[in-house]
Design a protein around this ligand. Structure first.
Ligand SMILES: Cc1cc2nc3c(=O)[nH]c(=O)nc-3n(C[C@H](O)[C@H](O)[C@H](O)COP(=O)(O)OP(=O)(O)OC[C@H]3O[C@@H](n4cnc5c(N)ncnc54)[C@H](O)[C@@H]3O)c2cc1C
Length: 452
């Protein structure tokens, strides 16, 4: 997504862009694969976006696929017996009032528990965006304790939202990013919380190319340098390509090996990448003999699966997700399937459906963890003074002020394209101040009034 975004942005202002992708399809971690058994294109994992993902939505517009995203204004939650609770926004009411009626009536929590949550939400509103920045080094567990949020409230409210949004345990995540999820998605703008699900396989979202020269199945084996600058790349085939600037948009595990040690010491962007911690995500494709779930999606209060998505019209094909899935990485797939089937039988006791087949995909290095203090390890897209001046970085791990998400990746791509544009702009030209970055949704007046 970072590479696609950078290519689309740079292409739009007249650069001659070549996008090199090692795989046979675009999309990286947010892509699909062909499943020979079902003859279907399956996503490596369900990908969800929210209304507050302004840059991702902009990229989908650039790629002409904005209409392939289906938006849901009711967010469904299920307890372990399949009892349903919804959060929804009153259309026309500005944030945070829009969620007020749903929050007051959210009977998954007792009345005192709802009061607890509302008190915490008001604290998040009062601190505004500057307040959350100050909490960058603090764990969200500490914040929850200080704001007297009980274990049951954490399990029934914070966990279903945060574990999937941050790919980290609620208490372990950094306060800055945990609070950002609530501020941006629920509290600041009435459109922030709306859940977007692609209505097609992820791969189909990239059929419109971001630039004319896209080379799939083309693996870069080396970046060439001369006089401290990047001059081009060598492909695995031995072919070389020269370039005035390179945006390196692989994930952070791959980055270090591209850069010679001598250059790494003068360019601080590469100094701390090994401090970022990778966290797995499990995605389970489940085929049943009868319809199981009518809802398009549901967040689950009790595990092991944390979210379920319906993948066909009838509800016979489901996709389940476990984020922060450290303990699942080595579990035998049959054991996983047994546990998931049991959970689904409990959730939908009337369906009496039998699991016909499962395909479980575990991405061991799905995203980096937004631990407290992790911003210090995330590199900027643009080189520092004395760094490799025509080598730019993009990727969800770079410093975007967002957790590792598609939105974060797209922001990083736009920021990298901004930096390229700044470097090559004519002195005093308008391009110097150009930014591709789309601003956050505006903070609406009731939220602004509450901010201190
Ligand atoms: C299982 C899972 C579930 C997720 N769920 C969500 C979700 O619901 N919502 C959400 O917003 N985000 C989700 N994410 C996170 C999201 O997918 C990532 O944050 C985002 O896709 C990262 O994009 P990227 O461009 O930074 O990196 P990547 O997608 O890793 O892209 C790097 C690209 O570089 C290519 N590459 C590597 N080496 C070479 C080479 N030598 N030559 C050429 N090309 C090379 C790779 O093939 C890849 O395409 C999920 C991630 C995973 C793994």
């Amino acid at each position: 997504m970072a590479g696609i975004a950078a290519a689309a942005a740079a292409d739009s202002c007249g650069y001659r862009v070549t996008l090199l992708e090692a795989r046979r399809e675009l999309g990286g971690r947010a892509s699909s694969f062909e499943d020979p058994e079902s003859d279907q294109l399956l996503d490596n994992c369900q990908h969800v976006l929210l209304g507050c993902c302004t840059n991702l939505r902009d990229l989908y517009k650039r790629l002409n696929v904005a209409d392939r995203i289906e938006y849901h204004r009711r967010v469904h939650f299920l307890d372990s017996h399949g009892r349903r609770f919804d959060l929804w926004g009153v259309s026309g009411l500005p944030a945070p009032l829009h969620l007020g009626p749903a929050m007051l009536g959210f009977s998954a929590l007792t009345l005192p528990e709802r009061k607890q949550v509302i008190t915490a939400m008001l604290a998040m509103l009062r601190m505004g965006k500057t307040g959350r920045e100050k909490l960058e080094g603090q764990g969200f567990g500490q914040w929850l304790t200080e704001h007297r949020q009980s274990d049951r409230v954490i399990q029934r409210f914070y966990d279903p939202v945060l574990i999937s949004a941050l790919n980290e345990e609620t208490r372990r995540a950094g306060s800055k990013y945990a609070i950002q999820v609530f501020q941006d998605a629920m509290l600041m703008n009435q459109h922030g919380y709306v859940v977007g699900l692609p209505g097609c396989a992820l791969e189909e979202l990239y059929s419109h190319r971001p630039c004319a020269d896209v080379r799939l199945g083309t693996r870069v084996s080396e970046i060439m340098f001369a006089g401290g600058q990047a001059t081009g790349v060598t492909l695995q085939t031995g072919e070389t390509l020269n370039a005035d600037a390179i945006i390196l948009a692989t994930n952070y595990h791959a980055v270090q090996r591209w850069i010679p040690e001598a250059l790494r010491t003068t360019d601080g962007r590469f100094a701390h990448l090994d401090k970022l911690e990778s966290v797995p995500i499990l995605g389970a494709h489940l085929w049943f003999d009868k319809p199981v779930m009518r809802l398009s999606h549901a967040a689950l209060f009790d595990g092991p699966l944390q979210w379920l998505f319906r993948k066909d019209a009838e509800g016979k094909i489901l996709h389940g997700v476990i984020s922060a899935a450290r303990e699942w990485a080595e579990k035998p797939r049959e054991k996983c399937a047994e546990l998931f089937q049991k959970q689904i039988q409990q959730l939908f006791p009337d369906s009496s459906a039998r699991l016909l087949r499962q395909k479980i995909v575990i991405e061991k290095r799905a995203t980096f963890s937004p631990l407290p203090g992790s911003d210090a390890w995330r590199p900027a897209q643009a080189p520092p003074p004395g760094g490799i001046e025509n080598l730019f970085l993009a990727g969800d791990y770079t410093n975007t002020n967002w957790p590792a998400t598609m939105e974060g990746a797209v922001r990083s791509g736009y920021l990298a394209a901004d930096a390229v544009t700044r470097k090559f702009a004519a002195p005093g030209g308008r391009e110097k101040d150009k930014t591709f970055l789309i601003p956050d949704l505006p903070t609406q007046w009731p939220a602004r009034l509450l901010e201190q």
